[in-house]
Design a protein around this ligand. Structure first.
Ligand SMILES: Nc1ncnc2c1ncn2[C@@H]1O[C@H](COP(=O)(O)OP(=O)(O)OP(=O)(O)O)[C@@H](O)[C@H]1O
Ligand SMILES: Cc1ncc(COP(=O)(O)O)c(N)n1
Length: 272
């Protein structure tokens, strides 16, 4: 018997340490029973202590991966992570349009936790011009939102304003993630869909093991959209997924460790 599967694609960088990027995305897709596919934009030599090298894949190799998928395997949703350069952003945006890919989730990855640049400065404009208008959902953290709107985001009012500005740049739904907020109790994310604001609420976990939280969250949103869930349903599940992954953390490496990608599935089974 052949099962019909829901398919999702990640266009992102490889994290040799396994906690972020392509690796976190494929693990998350698998946990949600979604068939994962990947276009690798760059290889990073990375562990929990930091990024030790960044090796972009030649543009021709990226376009070949996009074409290979586009001509055969139609994804039900697509996410972008580390895109590194203006040229790679343009190639990804061209493929989305050429192949009619839907449910595009843009995680505007810019720097790693240790400060290593994962998106060149001159690529910001291309992201605004070419990618945000194609996004069903964009998921910036506070620093990424500041770079995209060109202003600081500190107060709750700034956050709402930034969400509106990003929506005006063309993303259908904006999620302002709260991982970097100065709130010891909660890590809440603010969502704006053009007509209403709502929050994804989560208890803040005191841990240094948060490597790849943003990648994992956006991968979960993507998988849920591929399954056919509404954006709101997808976001609520992603919040539960990342909460479990942080709360039931694992110890791997001696620096900023990864999250537990199987915690959500374990908890779902246990509660049945
Ligand atoms: N310590 C924490 N406790 C609970 N939730 C957290 C914590 N840190 C982050 N989160 C949640 O994880 C998700 C990712 O948010 P975050 O702001 O960390 O993204 P990010 O900076 O893009 O992540 P990264 O760059 O590490 O992949 C959000 O839902 C956020 O609220
Ligand atoms: C390939 C790749 N993609 C994304 C991130 C961001 O994750 P973090 O901010 O947790 O380092 C990363 N470090 N590496």
């Amino acid at each position: 018997m052949r099962l019909k599967v829901n398919k999702a694609l990640t266009i992102a960088g490889s994290d040799s340490g396994g906690g972020a990027g392509i690796q976190s995305d494929l693990k998350t897709f698998q946990e949600l029973s979604v068939y994962g596919m990947s276009v690798i934009t760059a290889v990073t030599a990375q562990n929990t202590l930091g990024v030790h090298g960044v090796y972009p894949v030649p543009l021709e190799g990226i376009e070949a991966q996009l074409d290979a998928i586009g001509h055969d395997l139609q994804p039900g949703a697509v996410k972008t992570g580390m895109l590194f350069s203006k040229e790679i952003i343009e190639a990804a945006a061209t493929a989305v349009q050429e192949f009619g890919w839907i449910n595009v989730v843009v995680d505007p990855v810019m720097v790693a936790k240790d400060g290593t640049v994962l998106l060149e400065n001159n690529a910001i404009q291309a992201m605004k011009e070419h990618l945000l208008p194609l996004a069903k959902i964009v998921t910036p953290n506070r620093m990424e939102a500041e770079v995209l709107i060109g202003n600081t985001v500190t107060s709750p009012e700034d956050r709402r304003q930034a969400a509106v500005m990003l929506w005006e740049m063309g993303a259908e739904i904006v999620v302002m993630k709260g991982g970097h907020d100065e709130n010891d109790d909660m890590s809440n994310d603010l969502v704006y869909n053009g007509s209403e604001f709502y929050e994804l609420k989560g208890r803040r976990v005191a841990t240094k093991n948060t490597h790849g939280t943003g990648c994992t969250f956006s991968a979960c949103v993507t998988a849920e959209l591929a399954i056919g869930k509404t954006p709101k349903e997808a976001l609520l599940t992603a919040k539960q997924f990342i909460q479990a992954a942080i709360e039931y953390g694992i110890e791997a490496g001696s620096g900023h460790g990864p999250t537990n990608h199987w915690a959500y599935r374990r908890l779902s089974h246990e509660s049945r």
